[in-house]
Design a protein around this ligand. Structure first.
Ligand SMILES: *[C@@H]1O[C@H](CO)[C@@H](O)[C@H](O)[C@H]1NC(C)=O
Ligand SMILES: *[C@@H]1O[C@H](CO)[C@@H](O)[C@H](O)[C@H]1NC(C)=O
Ligand SMILES: *[C@@H]1O[C@H](CO)[C@@H](O)[C@H](O)[C@H]1NC(C)=O
Ligand SMILES: *[C@@H]1O[C@H](CO)[C@@H](O)[C@H](O)[C@H]1NC(C)=O
Length: 180
């Protein structure tokens, strides 16, 4: 028994056209109903000193976030302002993996877990390549929960503080998401 019945070319074209038309309609419909939210916050990626929250676990030669093959687990504070003591709005929890042979990129796999009033309990799921030597780079928002259900979007990252010897950094996140 064949799984696909043979379809003639004209029939196939008609089918395709109907499918494309349906897709376009759905996209327009969905975009009209999505909310756009923009949030700017600061992530404190501290590997050394008081309250370090970024911990390199394993590496190929040795665990170092600047070297290919290192996996780190983080529970970084997210704040409203550059100051580490400013109001906390959530945490960035998950892992990043240095996945560039030349050490220049951290693959982010994170949940942004919000605790501030407006988005308390909601999360955004982040995945993407943080090419940290570039002034600005983007990572994807691939989904979300709570107020951010079915979120899609992107975040522009900028390193606004870097203490390379201690591997402490502050990243500014300019995050744009479309969600229900
Ligand atoms: C470190 O954490 C403690 C307890 O959570 C807090 O009181 C202190 O302010 C923190 N210090 C810094 C530099 O964030
Ligand atoms: C944050 O507060 C702690 C005390 O809780 C203090 O030691 C530290 O210097 C403060 N950091 C900044 C950047 O103000
Ligand atoms: C966030 O939600 C938790 C659990 O529901 C609650 O305990 C907490 O007070 C809330 N925080 C804010 C800032 O609303
Ligand atoms: C955030 O990025 C958007 C582009 O996506 C830009 O238009 C906006 O000015 C930026 N906002 C801040 C506060 O940097």
């Amino acid at each position: 028994m064949s799984i696909m019945a043979p379809v003639s070319l004209p029939k196939l074209c008609v089918l395709l056209l109907i499918t494309i038309a349906t897709c376009m309609e759905a996209t327009q419909f969905q975009l009209q109903n999505l909310k756009e939210t923009n949030i700017v916050f600061y992530m404190h990626d501290w590997e050394t000193g008081l309250n370090a929250t970024a911990v390199p676990l394993v590496g190929i030669k040795r665990p170092s976030v600047l070297e290919y093959g290192t996996v780190a687990v983080i529970d970084d504070k997210l704040t409203v302002a550059y100051d580490r003591n400013s109001t906390e709005i959530g945490r960035a929890r998950g892992i990043y993996v240095n996945s560039a042979l030349d050490g220049s990129e951290l693959h982010f796999l994170l949940s942004l877990v919000f605790t501030n009033k407006e988005f308390n309990g909601s999360t955004l799921e982040i995945q993407g390549s943080n090419r940290f030597f570039q002034k600005f780079r983007e990572v994807s928002v691939v989904s979300g929960t709570g107020k951010f259900r079915l979120a899609r979007g992107f975040a522009i990252l900028e390193t606004v503080f870097l203490d390379l010897p201690n591997l402490n950094a502050i990243l500014r996140w300019n995050t744009t998401v479309f969600h229900f």
